[in-house]
Design a protein around this ligand. Structure first.
Ligand SMILES: Nc1ncnc2c1ncn2[C@@H]1O[C@H](COP(=O)(O)OP(=O)(O)OP(=O)(O)O)[C@@H](O)[C@H]1O
Length: 246
């Protein structure tokens, strides 16, 4: 059997003298080859992940508006924000192998999406798949699978939603959720928690309101492990957003 050194010596003979190879021995050639294989398989995983997001929502996992939200550009002006920021950072840092979900509830414009996107952006950099989606978008994707022209089934979409590393469901309670919406959210949270995948929820309702809306069964699953529940009860930041800060 040919060794990496035999192969390297043959390559050397074939190579024009002015070409400087990236390696100088058979061992280096082998290591280079293995590294290229590793980089290629990482690229394939990334491509598959991006394709999955496109398939689920027709876009990347975090909306453009929130792509630049980070822990560093979340401004702290009161104790509540300081605590929320620190808990969100801790949540992201401890995400690997964790089953813990999070619920950010409270007033509009207080940074629930900002901190959820900061968690998501941090995880994406670490190679995780993240999808932040509103209930309305979720339902229109589900309903889209019923149309004759759709090439994705309801089951496939549910499966995709249940297997992203972090799914964040936004605007819970914006409309009076229909029975179908409750069943779908129930199924997604159920599937995700039984396969040990965490879910994030963002809502203007308080925990009691979320319980009344989605039911004890779903909200109990959101408490698995060391889950994070934060109340955002300060003034809206929206009037201060200029649009060019990040
Ligand atoms: N503490 C903060 N520092 C910097 N930017 C902030 C802060 N809080 C909120 N923002 C910005 O204000 C805007 C509104 O915040 P965000 O969308 O996170 O609010 P929300 O709590 O999710 O609101 P809603 O309940 O209405 O969806 C965003 O552009 C966000 O980046």
């Amino acid at each position: 059997m040919k060794t990496p050194n035999d192969l390297f010596n043959r390559l050397k003979k074939l190579m024009p003298t002015e070409v400087k190879p990236k390696f100088t021995s058979g061992e280096e050639l082998l290591a280079w080859n293995q590294e290229q294989g590793r980089l290629r398989s990482e690229a394939i995983v990334r491509e598959n992940r991006a394709m999955k997001m496109q398939r689920i929502m027709g876009r990347s996992g975090i909306r453009e508006l929130h792509m630049n939200c980070s822990f560093d550009n979340y401004r702290v002006e009161n104790e509540g924000q300081r605590k929320a920021l620190s808990l969100a950072r801790e949540y992201a840092a401890g995400f690997d192998n964790s089953i813990s979900s999070f619920v950010f509830s409270g007033r509009p414009g207080t940074g629930k999406n900002h901190l959820a996107a900061a968690i998501g952006n941090d995880l994406i950099i670490r190679g995780k798949s993240v999808l932040i989606v509103t209930v309305a978008d979720l339902m229109s994707s589900m309903k889209g699978t019923f149309s004759g022209g759709s090439d994705i089934t309801e089951e496939r979409l549910l499966q995709d939603l249940s297997t992203v590393d972090l799914l964040v469901i936004d605007e819970i309670g914006m409309q009076s959720e229909s029975r179908y919406e409750k069943v779908i959210i129930n199924q997604i949270v159920d599937r995700r928690s039984s396969s040990k995948r965490p879910t994030g929820m963002l809502s203007n309702l308080d925990p009691a309101g979320m319980n009344a809306l989605l039911g004890e069964r779903v909200m109990d699953r959101m408490r698995l492990g060391n889950s994070l529940w934060v109340r955002f009860d300060w003034e809206s930041y929206r009037s201060r957003v200029r649009g060019d800060e990040y």
